[in-house]
Design a binder for this molecule. Structure first.
Ligand code: NI
Length: 174
């Protein structure tokens, strides 16, 4: 297992649509192992493969607290099959948009169909934080980021902050 580099905005790869996986082989399993390791090291509670530059429909999520036993869920080719009409909102962040947060409204409950680590077909009903996290990660597979739900004004403020931070980082390197 290897900790991989997480891509951040404005990297255009984050806007790519990820491809379906046809065969779960050892390459896909080691990709999932690396993703989990990378997510834990960040630390974060969810990661999509595109965030480490791999445009494949794979997501890992673990909502366990640091002191609790780890409970990773691996989603291959996840698809949302149902969303509740009621919404909930969380202050969302993203490992690919460091230090930026915004309140985002999403379906409070959803059902998701996917293949697990061993290729078994699964469908679960998620609610609350897990529901939000699944929707956020599946968005990544379609090149969508949480800032896309914000007004143009709020989105521009975040994008400006990011480019400012990047410039400051360059100064330090130079
Ligand atoms: Ni994210």
């Amino acid at each position: 297992m290897t900790v991989r580099k997480i891509l951040t905005l404005p990297d255009p790869v984050l806007r790519k649509k990820s491809d379906k996986i046809n065969k779960i082989d050892s390459n896909i399993k080691s990709l999932m192992d690396d993703m989990l390791e990378t997510m834990y090291a960040a630390p974060g509670i969810g990661l999509a493969a595109i965030q480490i530059g791999v445009p494949k429909r794979v997501v890992v999520i673990d909502l366990s607290k640091e002191t609790e036993k780890k409970t990773p869920i691996y989603f291959i080719n996840p698809e949302i099959t149902w969303k509740s009409n009621s919404n909930s909102s969380y202050e969302e962040g993203c490992l690919s948009i460091p230090n930026q947060f915004a309140k985002i409204e999403r379906a409070e409950q959803c059902k998701v169909r996917y293949l697990d680590y061993n290729g078994n077909k699964k469908e679960i009903k998620a609610e609350g934080l897990l529901s939000t996290c699944i929707q956020h990660e599946i968005d990544h597979l379609n090149g969508i980021l949480f800032i896309d739900y914000l007004s143009k004004l709020k989105k521009d403020i975040i994008l400006k902050k990011i480019s400012k931070n990047n410039k400051e980082l360059e100064r330090v390197i130079v």
